[in-house]
Design a protein. Structure first.
Length: 533
């Protein structure tokens, strides 16, 4: 077992209790061999299970993320989603590890060969047939997710891994469902934030609409374009410029892009989400393009980008104020803002994109479109009249990738920040993680979180406040009866509740649980970190 917290770079092992896909709990040990990827919330390692010698990928949640319940919930949601998506073109998850120091990690299939971003960096551009064949597999994986009402929300070359099938042909596998959305389920996105990577974000998502399968199809079209010409169609150093181009422009066909490939790209980036093809239809059409374009050489990389391969774009969290800026400045673009549109075709408000000379992909009777999704999109006037956002900090913008640094807008609160326990209790038989949390202010605000768990199990959570020195109850406990996790709603919260114990003492939040549906299953409790109020 890990005996003390380690920095990500210092870790050489990941040992602890494992929740397996079939729901059993075991002790396992993994050796971490080398880091193969890192993001804002987690680091991925090439690892080896000590008992079997099998090589795996181990995705370790960063220590600072353990203090944020939403980050933990997203991590657990990714596991639940991947367990439900068994497909050859989706990376499979194996185990969930909880180490002794409270770190969370996912054990997944190890995919040799890197991601599609690496593949494109090495090649510059891909021949149309090769790009279409790879993306047909991505469409297969997307379709498997969409039929289960899962929207990926961050489709881009970085999240497509490429290895080799048994016959030596490239095989594409979707990964990183960390911000995926299960339709008709509560979202985990912070209010006022739009989550995604600017170069691939659909207009309706930028404008505040609910993410549906069509946003993945839009990102798919952006990615197809990028594989053929070497960069996304709207790449720029500024996030706001990219967002405006998504809202007001249309991609321009580059010389040499085959007619049918261009027709597919145009279909994917239709401004009306209901007119975009389904992932299943894309898979069929792409395989036809791959057959027709076999033997045709790749296009040269765009002249203005020769010798400058942009760094990997990182997922951005765009604040409401930045999105408002994009909507407002899109009006400026209509009056001659050439930099904002960058020479791309301009789309007048309320009109579809200019019709391309290429024919439609196929008649509606043969290419089904994605079901219309409710957007809840505010008007530009409504967005522009919103009150000024609070001051924000902005990270530096990497050159050539379109300003992918995160922009965060802190929300004011009369209470201090939530402080959740440094330790996590693992509820036996339930496979859930339990954390007590508190926040200080005019009162003491408390809640109990249960993250994950077997679907359908009913749990009674009780949140109490004890004197840290005598362990006596100081306020009446609050109980939330019959909480039941589902694959779509992994985070259960009992509270928050405001309590007012006597001032000047040390306190601790205690969360206990018992199973209402299976009375023979033992309950338990976990104590938070002591605090003074």
């Amino acid at each position: 077992m890990d005996t003390e917290p380690l920095s990500v770079s210092a870790r050489t092992s990941c040992n602890g209790r494992v929740l397996t896909p079939d729901g059993t709990i075991e002790d396992r040990s993994y050796q971490l061999i080398e880091e193969i990827g890192s993001g804002a919330s987690a680091t991925v390692w090439r690892g080896r299970e000590r008992a079997s010698g099998r090589e795996v990928a181990v995705k370790v949640l960063h220590e600072e993320q353990m203090e944020h319940p939403t980050a933990v919930a997203r991590f657990l949601q990714e596991r639940a989603i991947l367990l439900s998506l068994r497909h050859d073109n989706i990376v499979r998850v194996r185990d969930l590890i909880v180490t002794r120091d409270g770190t969370l990690a996912l054990v997944m299939d190890l995919v040799h060969g890197g991601n599609l971003r690496d593949y494109l960096t090495q090649r510059g551009t891909l021949p149309t047939a090769e790009a279409a064949a790879l993306l047909a597999q991505v469409a297969d994986g997307l379709n498997a997710a969409h039929v289960r009402s899962v929207v990926h929300r961050d489709l881009k070359p970085d999240n497509v891994l490429v290895d080799r099938a048994l016959d030596g042909t490239p095989r594409a596998r979707l990964t990183d469902f960390g911000i995926a959305r299960v339709l008709d389920a509560p979202g985990l996105t912070t209010s006022g934030m739009v989550v995604g990577t600017p170069n691939y974000m659909a207009p309706e998502l930028i404008e505040g609409g609910l993410p549906g399968p069509a946003i993945d199809v839009y990102a798919f079209g952006m990615m197809f374009y990028e594989l053929l010409v070497g960069r996304p169609p709207y790449a720029d150093q500024l996030q706001s410029t990219i967002l405006v181009r998504h809202l007001r422009a249309a991609p321009r066909r580059r010389a040499g892009i085959p007619k049918q490939a261009w027709a597919l790209i145009k279909a994917c980036v239709q401004r009306d989400p209901a007119r975009r093809p389904s992932a299943a239809a894309l898979a069929v059409a792409l395989r036809q393009v791959a057959l027709e374009e076999t033997g045709v050489a790749a296009l040269p990389r765009l002249a203005e980008d020769l010798g400058r391969i942009p760094p990997r774009p990182r997922r951005a969290v765009a604040s409401a104020s930045l999105v408002a800026l994009a909507v407002v400045t899109s009006a400026f673009a209509g009056f001659g803002g050439r930099h904002m549109l960058g020479g791309y075709l301009q789309v007048e408000p309320g009109h579809a994109a200019p019709r391309a000379s290429a024919p439609a992909v196929s008649p509606p009777s043969t290419v089904p479109t994605a079901s219309p999704q409710p957007t809840g999109t505010p008007s530009a006037a409504a967005v522009s009249s919103a009150p000024p956002a609070p001051s924000r900090s902005r990270a530096g913008l990497p050159d050539g990738v379109g300003g992918n640094g995160p922009v965060q807008v802190p929300l004011p609160d009369v209470f201090g920040p939530w402080r959740c326990s440094s330790g996590i209790a693992y509820s036996a038989g339930q496979g859930a993680l339990v954390r007590p949390c508190s926040a200080a202010g005019p009162a003491v605000r408390v809640k109990g979180l249960m993250l994950g768990g077997k679907s359908g199990t009913k749990v009674d959570l009780t949140v109490a406040v004890h004197d840290a020195d005598t362990d006596a109850d100081v306020v009446t406990p609050n109980t939330c009866a019959g909480l039941s996790p589902t694959p779509a709603a992994l985070e259960m919260s009992c509270g928050p509740f405001d309590v007012r114990p006597p001032r000047g003492h040390r306190y601790v939040v205690v969360v206990s649980w018992k199973y209402a549906s299976v009375t023979s299953m033992p309950g338990g409790s976990v104590r938070g970190d002591p605090f003074t109020w």
